[in-house]
Ligand binder design. Structure first.
Ligand SMILES: *Cc1c(COP(=O)(O)O)cnc(C)c1O
Length: 303
């Protein structure tokens, strides 16, 4: 497959209405923000998050970007491609040893990213390193980007996405959460009368509440009131990357009904969770749910 070049300027991505008898019955509207359509590789929240981080790297005249991730990381996959397109050298620190390269790792290598495997212990230590533009080890020279692009600058790109959406007191934004950075960006940018509902894709009680609050504290000092927000821990299917037949069956049904492709790691769990919350009457009648399709479709190759 040949990949079209990436242009950092794209029109606002579409907002697609979903029709379903259950939505009519519950008095709800459901729309999907199709950020998966930004570009075949540079999709979804990973571009929104990296946009201002890469600009910052450019203003510092950085030429080498270093970041970390798992062997299926959407973040590193996007970073490797953007590095190639924008003229940065890139290094990816990968958790664990992998004799057989995942499809994502093969792509990253192909796009010129230097791949280095690090032990799980080292990886855990790197995770604590959230400050940007200084790499965690003095032997390395470059601009450091924390796991998943977790960085206050990431919130600015997410804000641009929210500005493309309608406003109103009936609106509930929903998105899948990994590090929680995207959710923090949505909460930070959402008008106060709206609501924000995250769906966690990993196991870790209360972890996301903590991460999201921390990021918000760093970024929203000037804003005292924020949209009400919550994160559901009920739809991680046993942990990050864990999938079962209920999830895959749901994804197939959803894709057949809507024509919207999902990935099993993030967006599959988001829509599964949303469908369940709708059935359990967790959203007031009259609400307009706006689900953010955060992209990540390269992850479909791993089921
Ligand atoms: C990384 C990713 C997320 C999670 O984003 P966070 O900001 O880490 O919470 C959600 N969806 C997709 C498709 C992703 O690749």
């Amino acid at each position: 497959m040949s990949i079209p070049p990436f242009h950092a300027c794209f029109p606002p991505t579409p907002l697609q209405r979903i029709e379903h008898p259950i939505l009519d019955e519950k008095g709800l509207l459901l729309s999907v923000k199709r950020d998966d359509l930004i570009h075949p590789v540079v999709s979804g929240n990973k571009w929104r998050k990296l946009k201002y981080i890469l600009r910052h790297a450019q203003t510092l005249n950085a030429t080498h970007l270093i970041s970390m991730g798992g062997p299926y990381s959407n973040h590193l996959h996007t970073l490797a491609y953007l590095g190639k397109e924008m003229g940065f050298r890139t290094t990816g620190l990968i958790r664990g040893e992998h004799k057989n390269l995942s499809p994502a790792l093969k792509d990253m290598r192909h796009w010129g990213m230097q791949i280095e495997f690090v032990s799980r212990d080292t990886y855990r230590q790197l995770r604590n390193h959230k400050k940007f533009d200084a790499p965690p080890s003095s032997e390395r020279n470059g601009y450091w980007i924390a796991e998943g692009g977790y960085n206050p600058l990431a919130l600015r790109g997410i804000e641009e996405m929210i500005k493309e959406l309608p406003v109103g007191s009936d609106i509930i934004f929903t998105a899948p959460c990994g590090t929680g950075c995207t959710l923090a960006g949505i909460i930070n940018a959402a008008p106060t009368e709206t609501r924000v509902q995250g769906v966690s894709v990993l196991k870790g009680d209360g972890y996301l509440q903590h991460e999201v609050s921390n990021l918000l504290d760093e970024c929203t000092a000037e804003r005292s009131t924020k949209a009400a927000w919550a994160v559901s821990d009920d739809y991680h299917f046993g942990g990050f990357g864990k999938v079962n037949k209920h999830l895959t069956a749901f994804m197939t049904e959803f894709e057949n009904h809507t024509g919207i492709p999902l990935d099993p790691v993030y967006t599959g769990k988001l829509f599964y969770g949303l469908a369940d919350m709708i059935l359990k009457d967790q959203f007031p009648s009259g609400s307009h749910l706006i689900a953010i399709h955060t992209g990540g479709l390269q992850g479909r190759r791993t089921i």
